[in-house]
Ligand binder design. Structure first.
Ligand SMILES: *[C@@H]1O[C@H](CO)[C@@H](O)[C@H](O)[C@H]1NC(C)=O
Ligand SMILES: *[C@@H]1O[C@H](CO)[C@@H](O)[C@H](O)[C@H]1NC(C)=O
Length: 285
């Protein structure tokens, strides 16, 4: 029967071929598994674990690589057993590291990357196996976004020319302008400025908003101009498809409320910007 042979085929694969492909030698090194934090903030420590089952093999060495560059090696028969190598952004705490883990301290922005652990066995098997995982370094902004360029008074027809500046973060914050809860996407209204980078590598995003004040902007006598800043997993970069979604989103708002001051001067309303404040800050970590 087709379905039965398919089933047997799967069974053979699952119970015979799969374990074989994972074992370098029957009875010897069985598996290697890297276990690391998905994200860390600058200044923290990161403990990267390399678990493995040697079976009846004897450990020869454990080697760690970041983006294919070796930065740590544990060789069982050597004295000292641990050696670390200079790799950009990687500071190994050698005294806290051993054949099962490496401790990186302190984490820096450049510590983010793909970490691989490679385990190899002594003679006669010389078996080796490896496993890898990604560590992202994320620095959420301390400050909320700021709206600047606000004038005390505007009249219908005046140009509104504002900037929204994010707090410093890594990766860069995404900014969005809203007028009366409507997200602005028109490039004729938005002005994108180059991202600024601090000495420590933190990024500041500036997004301009420029438009002419019109009666239709006022709903019930007021207009809300809002800037929302976010740092989230999906902004990290195009590697996101490789990694799972993490529960990290940092969302903040700065709000500008423009009220009709009710003066009627030469048939023109004068609108006064009344409040500039931060509506709320939300962090999900
Ligand atoms: C490891 O075990 C396998 C099978 O269980 C055996 O054939 C092999 O000789 C053993 N190797 C050592 C080094 O004991
Ligand atoms: C907005 O920021 C840019 C870049 O920092 C600056 O050149 C521009 O003058 C600012 N505009 C306003 C209205 O503040």
């Amino acid at each position: 029967m087709a379905s039965r042979s398919f089933y047997i085929h799967i069974t053979i694969y699952a119970f015979v071929l799969l374990p074989l492909s994972m074992c370098a030698g029957i009875g010897g090194l069985k598996w290697v598994s890297v276990n690391l934090p998905h994200f860390r903030r600058p200044g923290e420590a990161a403990h990267l674990h390399c678990d493995y089952d040697l079976g009846n093999d004897t450990l020869y060495a454990v080697k760690w690589y970041k983006d294919n560059e070796e930065f740590y090696r544990f060789v069982a028969k050597e004295r000292p057993q641990s050696t670390s190598y200079r790799v950009d952004g990687v500071d190994v705490d050698v005294s806290a590291s051993d054949n099962k883990k490496v401790v990186l301290r302190p984490v820096r922005l450049r510590t983010g990357g793909l970490y691989r652990c490679e385990v190899s066995a002594e003679a006669p098997s010389f078996a080796s196996a490896q496993s890898e995982g990604r560590l992202e370094v994320i620095s959420l902004p301390i400050e909320d976004p700021k709206i600047t360029g606000v004038r005390v008074q505007y009249q219908i027809g005046d140009e509104i020319n504002l900037n929204c500046t994010s707090g410093r973060s890594y990766p860069a914050s995404m900014l969005h302008w809203y007028i009366n809860e409507e997200k602005i996407s028109s490039n004729s209204v938005l002005i994108r400025y180059p991202t600024r980078k601090s000495r420590q590598g933190l990024l500041t995003t500036v997004l301009g908003l420029r438009f002419h004040l019109n009666n239709h902007h006022f709903l019930g006598g007021s207009m809300r101009v809002k800037c929302v800043s976010s740092v989230s997993r999906s902004d990290l970069d195009d590697r996101t498809s490789v990694i799972e979604n993490l529960p990290i989103t940092d969302l903040r708002e700065a709000l500008l409320l423009v009220r009709n001051s009710a003066d009627l001067k030469q048939n023109q309303y004068i609108y006064t910007f009344l409040i500039i404040f931060v509506m709320f800050s939300m962090k999900f970590l």
